[in-house]
Design a protein around this ligand. Structure first.
Ligand code: IPE
Ligand code: IPE
Ligand code: MG
Length: 254
């Protein structure tokens, strides 16, 4: 059956024969974009070519997510553990926002996408920070998809930070740990302004969380997709959403 998806940004209907239930699109999709290195290796290319191609996929998937009416798309771009990789690879990844946002930013603006980040940004090179700051500034009034890049992000470190700031606030007020609630921990996470992910996708066939949003995915639906990230595309995303729509979420109830 053919269904019409409305591209809200350009007001052009786009056709899809994917049988998606447009009333049950996940509000927040989080993706562990994995497999760039293997994609390059398969082609006897240096790993950085995989990261370059991975950014092309980011462009495409952002557009599809926006057209589908997804409200939050969180992309795991660099983990707190990825610093252990060779320096040349780390440098290349750190430079990607600089090169990439030059062409991507106008497209994001056109599509009403708002760029945000989570992660320990203070450790990034200043040129990287500058280009990300520009992207955030130029898209800050946009009201469409929130595109959240997780850069130098780690779930355990995030929780530690949350607990530390709660401790500081409580001691300053002369209060005890009796005050601590789940909501309070949540409010002090880097994701405090976002709802929890409804759907978590990991590409490349690996089936692990690798320190991504470990608190926030308590009740997310997990989908492990076999494609390497540079090969992930619109059809794959739509398939993932179809699988999501076939699941019954119970949140501990019946
Ligand atoms: C994911 O691809 C991107 C980052 C972690 C930055 P990988 O670089 O992990 O690719 P594989 O897993 O080695 O194939
Ligand atoms: C997770 O992928 C991090 C990102 C996608 C940014 P990794 O490739 O770093 O994860 P592991 O090492 O396979 O668990
Ligand atoms: Mg990997």
């Amino acid at each position: 059956m053919f269904k019409k998806l409305i591209n809200k940004n350009k007001n052009q209907p786009i056709q899809s024969n994917f049988d998606l239930d447009l009333h049950n699109i996940p509000n927040h999709v989080a993706i562990i974009m994995d497999g760039n290195g293997r994609w390059a290796k398969q082609r006897k290319l240096p790993r950085i070519k995989g990261h370059y191609q991975g950014m092309q996929t980011v462009k495409k998937i952002t557009k599809v997510a926006s057209d589908l009416g997804i409200k939050y798309l969180t992309l795991y771009a660099f983990s707190t553990e990825n610093w252990t990789r060779p320096e040349s690879e780390v440098n290349y990844i750190m430079n990607l926002p600089v090169n990439f946002l030059k062409t991507f930013l106008p497209e994001l603006i056109e599509n009403n996408v708002k760029v945000e980040t989570i992660g320990f940004m203070e450790y990034l090179p200043s040129s990287t920070l500058k280009s990300i700051a520009k992207a955030k500034e130029d898209t800050k009034h946009n009201t469409g998809l929130k595109l959240i890049f997780a850069i130098n992000y780690g779930g355990r470190a995030e929780i530690v930070n949350s607990v530390k700031s709660i401790y500081d606030e409580l001691t300053a007020k002369g209060l005890t740990s009796d005050e601590i609630t789940e909501q309070m921990i949540d409010d002090h996470l880097m994701t405090h302004a976002y709802p929890d992910p409804d759907l978590l996708i990991r590409t490349s066939g690996e089936q692990r969380i690798s320190n991504f949003l470990i608190w926030q995915v308590s009740y997310s639906e997990f989908i492990f997709n076999e494609k390497l990230w540079p090969d992930f595309d619109k059809e794959e995303l739509i398939n993932c959403i179809k699988i999501y729509q076939s699941r019954q979420r119970r949140f501990g109830g019946l």
